[in-house]
Write a protein that binds this ligand. Structure first.
Ligand SMILES: [Zn+2]
Length: 167
């Protein structure tokens, strides 16, 4: 059985029961959460979320990219969110690569060098601050005053806020 087969089996076992408020695509808490794809971050459980409350965006690192801004532009302008919570984490896979090293690897393997940034980092708090700043400086987002960044410790489950950089 493949992993996808296993997941389909689990889905079938759920039946038709649904929880949470499904009446609107507009998040009832008016918040969007950006976090890493890391398999140890259980976003719903970690924040006590129920369906219908929040947008959740995930990518490698939980970093702000052009595609994040695309999604948040839609989230804020069409679906009413106002706050953004960025959650990066300890022991992230992006700690174990470098931008140039991973691009070299891709180029050696394929002959093509990606134009996108890998967004590798060593200092997770600095990476959170960079992502917060990208949102705070994006003209596409109408709500930039409630962007807050956090680090999730994957071993203790603790969430720590990253102080905003002084202007
Ligand atoms: Zn990660």
């Amino acid at each position: 059985m493949t992993a996808i087969d296993l997941l389909l089996k689990r889905n079938a076992e759920l039946g038709d029961a649904v929880t949470g408020d499904r009446s609107s695509p507009r998040p009832s808490q008016h918040v969007a959460i950006l976090t890493c794809m890391d398999a140890r971050i259980r976003v719903f459980q970690l924040l006590g979320l129920i369906e219908g409350e929040s947008h959740i965006l995930r990518n490698a690192g939980g970093v702000v990219t052009d595609d994040t801004i695309r999604s948040l532009s839609l989230s804020q302008r069409k679906l009413g969110t106002r706050e953004v919570m960025i959650i990066q984490h300890t022991d992230c896979g992006l700690n174990s690569v470098t931008d140039e090293g991973f691009k070299d690897e891709l180029e050696a393997d394929t002959g093509l060098r990606p134009t996108w940034a890998v967004e590798a980092f060593r200092d997770v708090e600095a990476s959170v601050r960079t992502s917060c700043r990208r949102l705070q400086q994006s003209p596409f987002l109408p709500h930039r005053d409630m962007v807050r960044g956090f680090v999730y410790d994957v071993h203790t489950g603790r969430l720590s806020e990253v102080p905003q950089a002084a202007e």
